[in-house]
Design a protein around this ligand. Sequence first.
Ligand SMILES: [Cu+2]
Length: 472
Amino acid sequence: MSINNERRRFFAGAAAATATAVAASAVSRVAMAALPEPVLQAKPDTMPPLVPNTGRPYKPVVTLNGWTLPWRMNAGVKEFHLVAEPVVREMTPGFKANMWGYNGQSPGPTIEVVEGDRVRIFVTNKLPEHTSIHWHGQRLPNGMDGVSGLTQPAIPVGKTFVYEFVARRPGTFMYHPHADEMTQMAMGMMGFWITHPKAKHPLIDEVDRDFVFLLNAYDIDPGSMTPKIMTMLDFNLWSWNSRIFPGIDTLNVRKGDKVRIRMGNLTMTNHPIHLHGHEFLVTGTDGGPTPKSTRWYEVTTDIAVGQMRQIEFLADEEGDWAFHCHKSHHTMNAMGHDVPTMIGVDHRGLIKKLQKAVPDYMVMGERGMADMGAMEMEIPENTAPMMTGTGPFGPVEMGGMFSMLKVRTNQKAGDYKDPGWYKHPAGTVAYEWTGALPDPARPRPGSKAMPAATAGPVTEVQIRKPSGHAGH
Ligand SMILES: [Cu+2]
């Protein structure tokens, strides 16, 4: 029986209760089967936390525009089934991409276990080429490290391999292929892994909200659908969990919540991630929780390639706070790249002539690029606008790695729904000055602020030509 035939809308209901119930029934129906039935996800929505109903209890995470993979317990072993396969990922409404991923989505589902759990992961390869999975950051037997050629033969097309190890240390991890990595990671194969502490941990605080997402990047030409795998650095879509703004869900919290956000970087460059309105501590890295003596408050933390960072803060300021990569080209989508700067260029009179030769000719940003955020521009089909998203005050002029932390007094505990736009109390929004505008006092030559240069003593300079070349 093929996996595709079994494909169904898992978690179709968004409520946590429904999701858990479906997970439980899926497990019981196949409890006698040799392999856990693969669970597939059809939607790119942020799924509610998967509250564990077997094994040691823990407080689950929420994956931004993603989900957690259900497991089954088999004689005390947590069993998961990952299916590596081509998927279609909606990166933002109106723009879909052909990717490779796991269990119906890119990235793959988050795997959540508890420190000390014995974990068995079945990996079925439904890709057109061989693959493997490397469990990035884990302590495990060398032969379970997933480096094809080095620690195992690659998983051939159509075959299923089994990985088994004990999740030895709590922390934030990733998984990705270690076989034809250039292709497979450029196509979206990656996922998150959380190992929760088994008991109270001196360096791991309990939090009210625990969000996770991966930083990833693609190069997809406007109007096309498949990432270019040969691109080394010049990507044009900078995404969180293979979503771009305004397709990235907001992080919705209750005022007073202690919030943790875990991020892993599987792009080919670093990302300084910046949060508005709050200061945070970096409480964990790739190697686990940071010693308390090493923590200091920041508003931006740089995440290098292959690294994970977890930040924590008290959400004590109400509002819609921007949360984004601080590289400004990473907060715009595909059309923003490889375009000449036109600021200050006067095109009047030129456009008609140019359009005769090139009918599609369009002026890009002669006053800056802000016009691009609002204009009704003809763009190729299946292409995300370069800078987009509309807020309560107009175009947000962002794309790519951008979202918002929404802090509300009346957000209920455990409620992850988008509360809508923040309603600012009267008198707390930047406003236009409508009084008189005095001329700015600019210094003029001769004025006191900038005295005119006085004529100094005349210096006579005599130029002597080099001698000895009279006949020149
Ligand atoms: Cu960035």
